[in-house]
Design a protein around this ligand. Structure first.
Ligand code: PGA
Length: 250
């Protein structure tokens, strides 16, 4: 059985003080949660605070991005070793906002993924089509390309540190969630691609999260689908009360 993951992506929200306030409210509410892994991805500046606040709890801390080089003259960037040093155990890679606003490509996703798992991080790698691609019937083809280029050359041991997040771009921050059926269809497709590239056992073990307007009132229907192993939550992860309701979907 795959263990579910509920992950919160805070994007460019929350200072250190706001991070402390969030965990002060969240932690008491999730003491008894055992059915899923919980991951929170604050901005870089609040990572250390988040690690301190979650010490001894079930919450793991994730970065939202990472650079693929070990170190160097890359102004504004942060390396894998810098993240693991502060206590991060995950990073998100290739989020659609990184692809759209910061020029990330399937090729950079591959480099970042290899560097991350090589350096001891779990990687939540995002894929997903934009609206025009869905409307023109190309959604599967686009995701297939993103997976093949971004995640097609991993070792078996690296694979166990990969989590895929399917985030149809048209559903992110729009309030327009993919129906559980649309999401489940693509999740099954992603598993099929992994079975083709690697093998059925690796594909079966892969955890695939859905992301895009996940809210307390739609999480249960999504989680009922066999191939949906959790959620990557943006807006609704910023408020501890709504994030708790999502974590306690079952
Ligand atoms: P959203 O964002 O839940 O606010 O739609 C999801 C994401 O971008 O990961």
């Amino acid at each position: 059985m795959r263990r579910s993951i509920i992950a919160g992506n805070w994007k460019m929200f929350k200072t250190c003080a706001e991070t402390r306030a969030f965990f002060d409210a969240l932690i008491p509410e999730i003491q008894n949660v055992e059915h899923c892994d919980i991951v929170v991805a604050p901005p870089f500046t609040a990572l250390s605070t988040a690690v301190d606040e979650t010490e001894g709890t079930r919450v793991a801390v994730s970065a939202q991005n990472v650079h693929s080089e070990k170190e160097g003259a890359f102004t504004g960037e942060v390396s894998v070793r810098m993240l693991t040093e502060v206590g991060c155990t995950y990073t998100i890679i290739g989020h659609s906002e990184r692809r759209q606003y910061f020029g990330e490509t399937d090729e950079s996703v591959e480099k970042k993924t290899l560097a991350s798992v090589g350096g001891g991080l779990n990687a939540i790698v995002c894929v997903g089509e934009i609206l025009s691609e869905r409307d023109s019937g190309q959604a599967i083809e686009v995701v297939r390309r993103q997976v093949r280029i971004g995640l097609g050359r991993l070792t078996e041991s690296a694979l166990s540190h990969i989590i895929v997040a399917y985030e149809p771009v048209w559903a992110i921050g729009t309030g327009r969630t993919a129906t559980p059926e649309i999401a489940a269809e693509m999740h099954a497709e992603i598993r099929k691609i992994f079975a083709e590239i690697y093998n059925p056992a690796a594909a079966y073990a892969l955890r695939i999260l859905y992301g895009g307007s996940v809210k307390p009132d739609n999480i249960s229907a999504l989680m009922k689908k066999e191939d949906i192993d959790g959620a990557l939550v943006g807006g609704a992860s910023l408020d501890p009360a709504s994030f708790v309701r999502i974590i306690k979907y079952s």
